[in-house]
Design a protein around this ligand. Structure first.
Ligand SMILES: NC(=O)c1ccc[n+]([C@@H]2O[C@H](COP(=O)([O-])OP(=O)(O)OC[C@H]3O[C@@H](n4cnc5c(N)ncnc54)[C@H](OP(=O)(O)O)[C@@H]3O)[C@@H](O)[C@H]2O)c1
Length: 227
């Protein structure tokens, strides 16, 4: 299983403004980069807040990308996977209005019975990990066995990213650096959460590619070592 993470950030490392009103700083080129990545993946993985705040339906980007997917023998649309450990994912998001591909919600036993029932009305499947945490390695195995998923594009946000980094599940990191300064002590960065106390604990990546386009820098890192 290959997991790629794609994020756009400001020059000062923020992925949203401090009030979360702006969550995307990228240009149309950056959006095309996202669709190009999606066009290589069997599934998209997103956190609940990101799907709610952006109203994303996690589609494939349109006909042009459908053709690319079919050429690569992928399903026309990626499987959409949303993480909501507490089951808080809203019932009113645009995602529920699209039935282009299965939607799988990953949750845990923290979710109440009523939220599980509610989510089951909307999603294709709701997978409940035993205990309080979502078991990502198990979810990835299940995505492979149920939907034949071999390649996932993760798209944030910061809470989900932190868990994926800590579980050492990210193989490739795509970062677009956008020419803005957002500032704000509490504005989120790529990965929030506990972090690592020492650099020796951190996963090490190596820079694979860098492309500059109209003031934006597109960086691709591959995992080098997970300690
Ligand atoms: N610039 C970019 O490229 C970019 C990309 C994506 C997002 N963003 C923005 O980044 C900001 C920060 O994102 P965020 O951290 O608030 O959002 P997030 O990770 O998308 O969503 C957080 C919610 O998702 C669920 N979740 C995430 N990780 C989980 C885990 N490991 N286990 C169980 N549940 C998990 C939880 O839902 P429950 O409450 O149900 O437990 C949690 O409250 C947002 O403003 C977002 O819009 C920016």
């Amino acid at each position: 299983m290959l997991v790629l993470l794609n994020m756009a950030m400001t020059a000062d490392g923020k992925v949203a403004t401090v009030n979360r009103a702006v969550t995307s700083f990228g240009s149309p080129r950056d959006l095309a980069h996202l669709y190009e990545l999606r066009a290589t993946a069997d599934a998209i993985l997103c956190g609940a807040r990101t799907v709610e705040e952006t109203g994303a339906t996690l589609g494939n980007g349109g006909d042009r990308y459908t053709q690319r997917r079919l050429k690569q023998r992928l399903q026309p649309y990626p499987v959409r996977v949303v993480v909501s450990g507490g089951g808080s994912l809203s019932s009113t998001i645009p995602l529920w209005g699209t039935d282009t591909s299965p939607v799988v919600v990953l949750t845990s036993e923290r979710a109440s019975a009523s939220d599980l029932e509610r989510l089951r009305r909307h999603a294709t499947e709701v997978w409940v990990s035993p205990g309080a945490e979502v078991d990502f390695p198990e979810a990835l195995r299940r995505l492979r066995s149920t939907y034949g998923v071999g390649r996932v594009v993760a798209e944030g946000g910061s809470t989900l990213n932190d868990t994926l980094f800590r579980a050492r599940l990210i193989d490739e990191l795509h970062v677009t650096i956008c020419p803005f300064m957002a500032g704000g002590r509490n504005a989120p960065t790529i990965a929030e959460g506990e972090g690592w106390p020492r650099l020796s604990h951190a996963s090490r990546f190596r820079l694979l590619r860098r492309v500059q386009r109209n003031g934006e820098l597109f960086l691709v890192y591959g995992i080098q070592s997970n300690r």
